[in-house]
Every structure is written in structure tokens, then in C-alpha cells.
Ligand binder design. Structure first.
Ligand code: FES
Ligand code: FES
Length: 212
């Protein structure tokens, strides 16, 4: 996962630029100051800047700016630490916006965060980004056209769905290695993916019927 500089570090120019709209911190701080000033002026005039219809733009801008600032702060906090210590799951979700990968235990016990690294299922919450230089990472987003997704839907193999992306990623890794796995093979391969809703029989059915 090297960057365009080829060294795995965030490009210097990107460090303080939000990914969503390219606003710099200075832009955001300026926008916040402006919005706060306008809100104060509205309050001085006896208007409620958060409720009056004519101030809807101001309110929206203020809220949007606060959200941008919060995103920036989180990103900047992370960057103050060592980028190389970041887990793949956090990088996928927070830096790349690939939120299909879920984090549940964040300790390598549940399988919710499973992604493929060079085709092998890997727990992204305990995989450090720096270990992946040059590797191919496939998340649930990259597997959305795989027939396994429809098999899970057909078999009704989920309840709350939180574990489902990880289950599907592991299931795909299994059938790509062995297209018609036995029950024992399925249970063995899927043992690291926990489902608190207990959808295991349906998950097994989905994997057995993925090509139907
Ligand atoms: S969130 Fe990664 S194993 Fe549980
Ligand atoms: S469907 Fe709810 S945890 Fe698996």
C-alpha cells in the first residue's frame, strides 16, 4: 500500500487536506470563525441561528464545518502518531472510506474485519498497514459481484448483518480454494467468523449453495 511517493507515507501535500472536499485546515477554521460570527450576530438580533428558516444555510454550513473539523482532528491525531502503526481495518474505514469492513472485537477474535490479502483471508484489525507493502487487498466492496452475496441473501444467512461482510469474505476465500467444500471444511474454514445472532446453519447453507 505504498503511496504515490512509493515510500508508504501519506504524501506531504495530503497530510492536512481533507479527503472529501479538499478543504485545508485553514479553510475550515476560517469557515468556522465566519459561521460562529454570523451565529453570534443572529443571536444579538434576537434570532435563533439554529432554528429560523432564513438561517438554515448558516446552520447547515456550521454543522457541516463542525463535522469537517472533527474529521480533520481525528485524521490529524492519527497522523501525529506513527502511520506505520495503523491497523489495516482503520486505514480502510477511516482513510479510504471503505466502511463495508466492520470492526467488532478489534482484537483478532471475531472475524468481522476479515479482508483478503493476496487472496487469503486476513483479520484486518490486527494487520498493520506497513506489513502490506505491495500486497493486494480486497474488501467486501471489491467482492460485491461475487455470487456468494446472492447465496447469503437466498439462504437468509444473516440477522443483524454486522458479521456478514467478514463471513462473506471468508466464504469466498474458501470456495475459491475449494468450489464444493464439505460441511466439515466449511465449519473449519469459517471457525474464525463469529455470529452473535447464531446464523451458522444458514451461513453453511449459503456456502453449500453458492453456485445455484
Ligand atoms: S474486529 Fe477483527 S477480529 Fe474482531
Ligand atoms: S448476523 Fe448478527 S452477528 Fe451475525
Amino acid at each position: 500500500m505504498a503511496d504515490q511517493n512509493g515510500n508508504g507515507n501519506p504524501a506531504d501535500d495530503d497530510r492536512y487536506v481533507l479527503e472529501d472536499d479538499g478543504s485545508s485546515v485553514a479553510d475550515i477554521e476560517h469557515e468556522m470563525e465566519l459561521a460562529a460570527k454570523e451565529a453570534a450576530e443572529a443571536t444579538d438580533k434576537g434570532q435563533d441561528p439554529t432554528l429560523r428558516a432564513e438561517n438554515a444555510d448558516l446552520r447547515d454550513r456550521y454543522l457541516r464545518t463542525l463535522a469537517d473539523f472533527e474529521n480533520y482532528r481525528k485524521r490529524a491525531d492519527r497522523e501525529k502518531q506513527d502511520f506505520y502503526k495503523y491497523a489495516l481495518a482503520d486505514t480502510l474505514r477511516d482513510d479510504l472510506g471503505l466502511t463495508g469492513t466492520k470492526i467488532a472485537c478489534n482484537e483478532g477474535h471475531c472475524g468481522a474485519c476479515t479482508v483478503l490479502v493476496d487472496g487469503m483471508p486476513v483479520l484486518s484489525c490486527i494487520t498493520l498497514v506497513h506489513a502490506l507493502d505491495g500486497a493486494s487487498v480486497t474488501t467486501i466492496e471489491g467482492l460485491r459481484d461475487h455470487p456468494m452475496l446472492q447465496a447469503f441473501v437466498r439462504a437468509d444467512a444473516l440477522q443483524c448483518g454486522f458479521c456478514t461482510p467478514g463471513q462473506i469474505v471468508s466464504a469466498i476465500a474458501l470456495v475459491e480454494a475449494s468450489a464444493e467444500p464439505s460441511s466439515d471444511e466449511i465449519r473449519h474454514a469459517m471457525a474464525g467468523n463469529l455470529c452473535r445472532c447464531g446464523a451458522y446453519p444458514k451461513i453453511e447453507e449459503a456456502i453449500q449453495t453458492w453456485r445455484d
